[in-house]
Design a protein around this ligand. Structure first.
Ligand SMILES: Cc1ncc(COP(=O)(O)O)c(C=O)c1O
Ligand SMILES: N[C@@H](CCOP(=O)(O)O)C(=O)O
Length: 461
């Protein structure tokens, strides 16, 4: 299996190289050269298997020979032992044709753990072979950062720097990032929004002196391995509802477009997915782009679903690459236009995208109302991001069963949940002292050279 860049001008890599590289050297994102297809019998055979075995069967063709089969199985097993639910990703029923896929039973209570725990294991195994030392720099709107710190804290050959937008993550999210005591993890509170943080990460990758000097690695969903690990739960949930004999639909609370892109890959692999619905909060660039073709930022507006306060969605580039017939030059030129605020998607590309994705937007008031209505109707307490999904899914219910991804635990956003329901969700006992632990964070202005200097200085210590 070979990986190519969405901008067509970077070296072709193996799975292991793509995982350790992060962003391609031409600024693009790595994608598989071809997507392996599972036939009906192979998909049917997944029904009833443990999550770990499904993960192995779905991911192995993408990994190729980089890890031996037994090694992959061992890494998967280690990755999911810390999950608080035997099913790992349980489905609960919300209505006659509507199901919720709970992806928040991992160690940091968000869907990010599914991929981060696994790439933590895979990167460690890769580093043990080469003896290398790496510096991970990540951008987060709240969940990726804590998941990354959890997966890599305390490791001798990895340093982790996480930039988050100061004042724009929930208190639980912030404390998850500022309270780990391990000295190899560093929380940086940036005066800016998530898009600024993500732009800094990409700029660091595009600065080859810095990139090679610190041996930069990325664990945001620019890293293909992140997306791959997220493909698995599309299969596990769909087969439990009768796939491949029955098609299903998915609604995905969307920000950086990584999670829904994993669903797109599952569909390309042969999973019968009818609708793939992109659900946005008031930061609705993707909804506007998919409905009209106009892909233009209008500034990030803070919301009660802060992890989705994103306007420049990295992984949309991967979808555009396919929509433009895998023309790297065309994608590079769109990304150039993006620097001045946006671009118009061509008619042909838009038609291709609209053939696969539908979309919807959920306002702040609708988010609150959905949390409260869902609790009353089903007893399920949603986080605001999952509520965005449920609202948009309700607008798209049809003949096929709809699976909405519940991307975070409500206890990560107690204020929004309490305002909507009067109930204040509590953290699990293992996190009960989160508010007593000392915080360690560095406030930084949104100044790339200064942040790079700080990282270099910390690495010298
Ligand atoms: C809780 C939560 N829901 C949804 C999303 C959106 O996922 P994606 O960025 O993969 O579109 C995020 C951020 O990634 C998140 O943290
Ligand atoms: N919502 C995310 C944003 C970063 O997304 P990623 O999937 O690219 O890491 C977060 O919580 O940080």
């Amino acid at each position: 299996m070979r990986y190519i860049s969405t901008r067509g001008a970077a070296p072709v890599l193996t799975f292991g190289e793509a995982m350790m590289t992060g962003l391609a050297r031409d600024g693009g994102l790595y994608v598989p050269e071809t997507v392996p297809v599972m036939d009906k019998a192979e998909i049917a055979a997944l029904a009833g298997l443990p999550y770990e075995e499904i993960a192995f069967r779905v991911m192995k063709p993408f990994i190729g020979g980089f890890f031996a089969d037994d090694e992959v199985k061992g890494l998967i097993a280690k990755a999911y032992t810390g999950f608080g639910h035997a099913a790992r990703a349980p489905l609960v029923q919300l209505g006659p044709n509507h199901f919720l896929l709970e992806l928040f039973h991992g160690p940091t209570l968000a869907f990010k753990d599914f991929a981060m725990q696994l790439i933590g294991q895979m990167m460690q195994a890769a580093l043990a072979k080469t003896g290398e030392r790496i510096t991970i720099v990540g951008a987060t709107s709240g969940d990726t950062g804590s998941a990354a710190m959890e997966a890599f804290k305390g490791l001798a050959n990895v340093d982790v720097f996480i930039m988050y937008p100061h004042g724009r993550v929930s208190e639980v999210q912030r404390r998850q990032m500022t309270t780990p005591s391990e000295s190899n993890v560093h929380a940086l509170a940036v005066d800016g929004d998530f898009d600024d943080c993500q732009a800094n990460v990409k700029a660091m990758f595009n600065d080859f002196d810095f990139r090679d000097g610190v041996r930069l690695a990325g664990v945001n969903s620019i890293n293909w391995a992140r997306v791959l690990a997220q493909v698995v739960y599309y299969f596990s949930s769909a087969v439990s509802l009768g796939a491949p004999h029955r098609a299903v639909s998915f609604t995905v609370p969307t920000g950086n477009f990584g999670d829904i892109f994993a669903g797109y890959i599952a569909r390309k692999m042969g999973l019968p997915i009818d609708q793939l619905v992109v659900a946005t909060n008031q930061n609705d660039i993707l909804h506007r782009a998919l409905s009209t073709g106009d892909h233009r930022t209008n500034g990030v507006k803070p919301s009660i679903s802060p992890s989705m306060d994103i306007q420049v969605s990295s992984n949309f580039e991967r979808a555009l690459f396919d929509a433009y017939g895998r023309d790297g030059k065309a994608v590079a030129s769109l990304m150039d236009e993006m620097k001045s605020g946006g671009f118009t998607i061509s008619q042909g590309a838009l038609q291709m995208l609209q053939g696969i994705f539908t979309s919807g937007r959920c306002s702040e008031a609708e988010t609150s109302a959905t949390i409260s209505a869902t609790l009353k109707a089903t007893g399920e307490l949603l986080c605001p991001h999952s509520a965005v999904g449920v609202k948009v899914a309700n607008d798209h219910l049809g003949q096929t069963p709809m699976i909405t991804l519940a991307t975070a635990h409500p206890a990560k956003f107690p204020d929004a949940v309490e305002t909507a329901t009067g109930l204040r969700p509590g953290l699990p006992p293992r996190m009960a002292d989160l508010f007593e632990r000392p915080e360690r964070v560095t406030r930084v202005s949104n100044d790339l050279p200064a942040i790079q200097a700080l990282i270099r200085e910390r690495l010298r210590r």
